[in-house]
Design a protein around this ligand. Structure first.
Ligand SMILES: NC(=O)c1ccc[n+]([C@@H]2O[C@H](COP(=O)([O-])OP(=O)(O)OC[C@H]3O[C@@H](n4cnc5c(N)ncnc54)[C@H](O)[C@@H]3O)[C@@H](O)[C@H]2O)c1
Length: 270
């Protein structure tokens, strides 16, 4: 159901690969709420994914950009402002990739070139996005910038490997750049720490099904779905959350505040 929460707002959505992607669900919800946007993803994902279908459904333009390339990002922000006809009110960073995870390297046998790539794609790219937005003067006052993260930034989940460090970098950048953009332009910057979600990135982590079920049992509300996450992102892009900034917001059905649950006790004592 639409409430026109984003009527008149314009933005950029990074990271829609296929219909399971959190960014895909978010694009559909933002559209429903009256927002308009450009879609972007890495050039290779354009070939592998289904982003064209989403662009057609939303009647929006795709502008390819590798989020680690300053040149691509400059082009993306300049073209987005041109296509949308004004500066931007929201940006979603929904990006993660670890060559070490993809190639099943154990944490004691990391390839360091790949580790740096993980940090660049999944963490530092968030800084590059905001620095580009600042330098190209692409943001309106009271714009809202959101990136997605995972609790492995604070607590160890062994199979999350070097992506845990990348998420810690991402969350720290949200605070530092959130301060800067708040002072400069009253722009807010937050990260959402989402429950395990069945997407390409999520299910690419070994043991995913086990920690999906574990998190579900450890959360009084159960795992938050990608659709729930899309709704939360819409609320953060809306004018109802203008004073929320520099936060890592837990969107996890209560997982992060729960010690143990009856379900787990029952399962472990059975
Ligand atoms: N799925 C989960 O369990 C889960 C849980 C918490 C947080 N998150 C976060 O949600 C976000 C979205 O992931 P998802 O679960 O929707 O999976 P997804 O695989 O659908 O999305 C990841 C996206 O990152 C993009 N990407 C990779 N390298 C890129 C690059 N160099 N430049 C631009 N884009 C690039 C991919 O093409 C893809 O679209 C990520 O930040 C992820 O860490 C996911």
């Amino acid at each position: 159901m639409s409430h026109n929460l984003l009527k008149g707002k314009r933005g950029i959505i990074f990271g829609a690969l296929d219909e399971n992607s959190i960014a895909w669900k978010t694009a559909l919800r933002v559209k429903e709420e009256g927002g308009v946007f450009t879609l972007t993803n890495a050039p290779i994902a354009m070939r592998m994914g289904k982003i064209n279908e989403l662009a057609q459904a939303c009647n929006d333009e795709i502008i390819p950009a590798d989020a680690t390339s300053e040149e691509d990002l400059n082009n993306l922000f300049a073209k987005s402002v041109e296509v949308l006809g004004s500066k931007l009110d929201f940006v979603l960073h929904s990006i993660v990739m670890s060559p070490n995870v993809r190639k099943n390297k154990s944490y004691g046998d990391l390839n360091y070139d790949w580790f740096l790539k993980t940090l660049d794609i999944s963490g530092v790219s968030f800084h590059k996005v905001m620095q580009t937005a600042e330098k190209t003067d692409s943001l309106n006052e009271w714009a809202s910038i959101v990136a997605l993260t995972y609790i492995a930034a604070q607590r160890t989940f062994p199979d999350y490997s070097d992506m845990a460090q990348a998420k810690a970098v991402l969350e720290s950048i949200a605070r530092s750049y959130g301060y800067r953009l708040g002072k400069l332009k009253k722009v807010r910057v937050n990260t959402i720490s989402q429950s395990p979600t069945k997407t390409t990135a999520g299910t690419g982590i070994s043991g995913f099904d086990v920690f999906f079920d574990y998190a579900n049992m450890m959360s009084p509300l159960g795992n938050a779905s990608a659709d729930d996450c899309a709704n939360y992102i819409v609320s953060l892009f809306s004018d109802f959350t203008r004073m929320v900034t520099m936060q890592n917001l837990m969107h996890d059905g209560g997982f992060s505040s729960t010690g143990i649950t009856e379900e787990l006790i029952e399962k472990l004592t059975r």
